[in-house]
Ligand binder design. Structure first.
Ligand SMILES: *[C@@H]1O[C@H](CO)[C@@H](O)[C@H](O)[C@H]1NC(C)=O
Ligand SMILES: *[C@@H]1O[C@H](CO)[C@@H](O)[C@H](O)[C@H]1NC(C)=O
Length: 328
């Protein structure tokens, strides 16, 4: 019985893998990476906040702590210790010093957390790519890390590397991010290169990049056929219908049948300001018990598991894990 179940699981994984390989296989350079969706748009910071399996509190914890590493550390703390450390953060959030956190203070904090998260990501990727450990990434180091090659000549014309972008696009973005034009990216510059969507300076470049990739008739706008591009080749009718719906309702905001420059911006670049507003709404709905539109320190500490993790918050998922292991 157990063996049969096990084989069933293995078989479904093999089938799933083949199916996804078939879908992704002959796509040329259509993007689908950790940072970007297959249509080339950047993933929003909160894209995993709500999923099929429900609400994911990790996003909330990272939005408060501004660090994935720290959020993971908190998950190992006792509830008492997690509360104690959370209490130390509150005076920093409370910029007007009135012992309460209002919406504006929380939003400012969350936006700073997003900046810290993006810096942490860049730091980790820099350490991976920085072979000679000089604290910066050179172009050859980046080629090695992202494309697994030593020279540009070794990159195939359709090879999109780890980033989902072609070599010439990577090179163009590198040149823009390298603000002092010394050929290497220090942490600040590398952060711009790895998360260009979070830097307003890079937005014109990203919009042009989208046009270079999709606007095949070069009229400065993207129609539905251009939006689908070569992604359409391997897809069924249901996919096409849902993409058409997305195009008409979510992307073509002024309903004129094409995506123009402001619409490309809204589609490709996530709006952190909106995401922070939504997160403030979510945290207030979870902790503002007396509905006075202010979070007292006491309210926050009472609902500490909404803001930071601890052993107690993790308990449920650990149980699930053990349960699963037992079944197998
Ligand atoms: C961001 O990082 C700075 C420097 O490490 C730190 O002082 C600050 O508290 C952090 N802010 C947030 C919102 O995480
Ligand atoms: C984007 O493209 C336009 C039109 O081709 C050009 O004028 C502009 O300089 C480009 N901007 C960037 C940042 O590449």
């Amino acid at each position: 019985m157990a063996l049969k179940y096990f084989l069933g699981v293995v078989l479904s994984y093999v089938l799933l893998y083949c199916a996804s390989a078939a879908v992704h296989g002959q796509h040329g350079h259509s993007v689908d990476t950790l940072e970007r969706e297959s249509d080339g748009s950047f993933r929003a910071r909160d894209y995993e906040h709500y999923s099929d399996s429900g609400h994911n509190s990790e996003f909330d914890h990272e939005a408060i702590l501004g660090s994935v590493r720290e959020a993971e550390e908190f998950d190992k703390l006792s509830p008492e210790e997690a509360k104690r450390r959370l209490a130390l953060l509150l005076p920093k959030m409370d910029t007007n010093g009135d012992q309460e956190i209002d919406r504006k203070e929380l939003k400012e904090w969350i936006l700073k957390s997003f900046i810290n998260l993006s810096r942490e990501e860049a730091q980790e990727r820099l350490v991976e790519a920085d072979e000679d450990r000089d604290g910066a990434v050179s172009w050859p180091e980046y080629l090695h890390d992202a494309f697994g090659v030593d020279t540009e000549e070794d990159v195939g014309p359709d090879d999109a590397g780890d980033s989902g972008l072609l070599l010439q696009e990577e090179k163009a973005m590198w040149a823009v991010a390298d603000s002092n034009s010394d050929g290497i990216l220090e942490l600040d510059e590398f952060q711009v290169f790895t998360n260009p969507e979070e830097h307003a300076d890079m937005h014109p470049f990203l919009i042009n990049q989208t046009l270079r990739e999709k606007d095949t008739n070069r009229d400065g706008r993207i129609d539905f056929n251009e939006y689908i591009g070569e992604r359409g080749n391997q897809q069924d009718k249901g996919w096409l219908i849902s993409e058409k719906e997305k195009f008409d309702h979510d992307l073509d905001l002024n309903k004129d049948g094409v995506i123009d420059l402001p619409e490309i911006h809204a589609w490709v670049i996530p709006n952190n300001d909106e995401i922070a507003d939504e997160e403030v709404d979510h945290l207030f709905a979870s902790a503002d018990d007396d509905h006075d539109d202010l979070l007292t320190f006491q309210e926050i500490l009472l609902h500490h598991e909404v803001f930071v993790g601890s052993e107690a918050t993790d308990y449920g998922s650990d149980l699930m894990g053990d349960h699963f292991a037992d079944e197998l």
